[in-house]
Design a protein around this ligand. Structure first.
Ligand SMILES: Nc1ncnc2c1ncn2[C@@H]1O[C@H](COP(=O)(O)OP(=O)(O)OP(=O)(O)O)[C@@H](O)[C@H]1O
Ligand SMILES: [Mg+2]
Length: 307
């Protein structure tokens, strides 16, 4: 079942296009990642899903309910945290949850105990929120988002500020919810490595545009392509640069040399070419994969060029 459907969503703020024709879906039992660098438009999209930001054009529906024409039913099915959880610091975790639960019907005492157990906060739930660590606040925020048993959970960079153990616990919790409670999860992050471990499918957003959609199997395949950034220090920077341009490589002249994004197995033949062209090589350095290279490796097939 389609829990979230976004169609041709566009957001314009002060004449600037923040989101451009974004379309995506989340099905029940699925964890879908929303991957993009700072400023890509992740939070803006999530705020629009939660009804916190108006829609310039396009449609969003939650469990078949349009969030504009059927807001109440859409919101009944959605739970979320945008940026940081919104908690009253002078109240305890439980008081926060009670206050929030009072806005919904049902057996709130039992619901609260259940969600507190689920997020493993039972030991500290009666302490004031101001005494919590960031990770504890995230957990109570998650408990709050789960309180009315939504079908769709929307989380904006929920691992921010969590330690590795907290990140793993959150990951396990989201997996548990998606597989056992049939909840669909839409979760944003700027880290591909994190998305790989958590998601079934990811959408990549850059500059307000969804530039790719991959299943986790496809992500893993593209990972084995071994794409890195290399810097070549040679006796003739100009000629080296021209050579890479001729290969249509994503290259750049920098102080002292040329940097290029390449698959690792292309390097030996490049070195042979350069030597046969009479260019002396002083150094070839491989740098750590950056987020940019991750995006490149995800959005291109065997090609080495991005834009
Ligand atoms: N209220 C606003 N007024 C003007 N511009 C805004 C507003 N909110 C967001 N933007 C702009 O929209 C773009 C997308 O911002 P957004 O917060 O959605 O990015 P993000 O992907 O969540 O980034 P981050 O990883 O840093 O959280 C940015 O260029 C930002 O400056
Ligand atoms: Mg954001």
């Amino acid at each position: 079942m389609e829990l979230l459907k976004i169609e041709n969503l566009t957001k314009v703020i002060k004449k600037k296009k923040i989101l451009d024709d974004v379309s995506l879906t989340v099905n029940s039992g699925e964890i879908v990642g929303f991957l993009g660098p700072n400023g890509a438009g992740k939070t803006t999209t999530i705020k629009m899903i939660m009804g916190l930001f108006s829609i310039t054009s396009g449609h969003i529906s939650v469990c078949g309910h349009d969030i504009v024409t059927d807001f109440e039913n859409a919101m009944k099915n959605i739970g979320g945290i945008v940026e940081n959880p919104d908690l009253y610091k002078r109240l305890t975790g439980r008081q926060n949850l009670s206050y929030y639960a009072s806005m919904y019907e049902g057996d709130s005492k039992k619901q609260i105990d259940d969600v507190v157990e689920l997020v493993k906060m039972a030991a500290r739930i009666d302490d004031k929120v101001k005494t919590y660590s960031l990770g504890m606040r995230q957990r109570v925020g998650l408990a709050q988002a789960l309180l009315h048993r939504p079908k769709l959970l929307v989380l904006d960079e929920p691992t921010n500020g969590l330690d590795p153990i907290g990140i793993k616990e959150l990951r396990d919790l989201l997996k548990y919810l998606s597989k056992n409670a049939d909840v669909g999860v839409f979760v944003s992050s700027h880290l591909l490595s994190e998305m790989e471990l958590m998601c079934d499918r990811i959408y990549i957003i850059d500059n307000g545009v969804v530039i790719g959609e991959k299943t986790i199997e496809q992500v893993k395949e593209s990972d084995t392509e071994d794409i890195f950034s290399y810097s070549f220090i040679t006796s003739d920077k100009e000629k080296t640069y021209e050579y890479f341009k001729g290969l249509e490589a994503n290259c750049e002249q920098v102080n002292g040399g040329v940097t290029v994004v390449m698959k690792r197995d292309q390097i030996p033949s490049i070195i042979r070419d350069l030597v046969s062209m009479g260019i002396d090589l002083y150094a070839v350095n491989q740098s750590q994969r950056t987020l940019e290279q991750d995006f490149i490796s995800m959005t291109t097939g065997t090609k080495t060029q991005i834009r």
